[in-house]
Design a protein around this ligand. Sequence first.
Ligand code: C2E
Ligand code: MG
Ligand code: MG
Ligand code: MG
Length: 287
Amino acid sequence: LALPQESGHWQRYDAELEQQLRQRQIMQDELADALAADEFQLVFQPKIDINSGRLSGAEALLRWHNKQLGQVSPVHFIPLAEAGGDIIAIGDWVQQQALQHVNAWYRAGKVDNDFTLAFNVSSVQLMQPTFAERLIEQIAALQLPPAMVEVEVTESGLMDDVELARAQLETLADAGVGVAIDDFGTGYSSLSYLKSLPVSVLKIDRAFIRELHLSSQDQRLVETVIDMARHFECKTVAEGVDQVEQMDMLRRMGCDQVQGFLLSPPLREKAFLQLAQLGFDHLFQDE
Ligand code: C2E
Ligand code: MG
Ligand code: MG
Ligand code: MG
């Protein structure tokens, strides 16, 4: 057996590939037991209002630590979980944990009702016909203001079945739950779906932010996205902001919120709440 390589050369099916497949199998097996073994944890990355510097919300991100594999990035295990079907149970766990956390913070007065906790939803989850209904029920059971919760879905996730996605997002939006398009700009879909979907937030992918302060092409692109979002009454969040120059430029362009290492990496609950209390004034000193 031979496999084509990018270079156009052919390489023998060798030990290296076999090793990769074995690793993948181990990861898949470990993933199936990870929930029961309590190996998951949520971390929280703050989002701030770009003009006031106020904490506006956070994104919950999943972490997996396995005895055998160590810390595994969601970039690697989420696609496996999606392929193997484990994402439904894992996604339910993420959702339940996210709701419990934001509810506890709200009840304890650590965040106000204008704070939004976002979590990532895989297209596999979104394509369950009862997804939106169940989320709304869980929010209602906590008596949490629905606007404090936001789901992040990717463009490609919506394109799997646009009609089903639209029905789910409309149910969520009608209930007041926020809907964010994640990694905006990296998908293949046309912009026209924006006017037909009840989207409240566009998250501009960090691919367009990385060299924003250096590239006039990226500047034009990001400016266009922000203007367009305004037309559709969507808020814009720039992800992957790690330089002051990027933030200053985004502010001039009219971007609403920023998220990235400049403000903070994703943090465990305790550290997140400490930072939330401390605030981000140090970044806005010369304003
Ligand atoms: P995403 O939703 O676009 O999340 C943003 C990712 O960018 C996070 O990586 C975050 O740590 C990283 N990031 C934030 N600020 C910066 C920065 O300034 N510079 C750089 N270089 N990176 C930054 P993470 O946590 O590894 O997550 C990667 C992806 O995995 C997420 O991308 C999301 O697609 C997926 N993911 C994470 N948690 C979940 C989850 O609970 N469910 C699902 N379905 N997917 C998840
Ligand atoms: Mg996200
Ligand atoms: Mg993103
Ligand atoms: Mg991204």
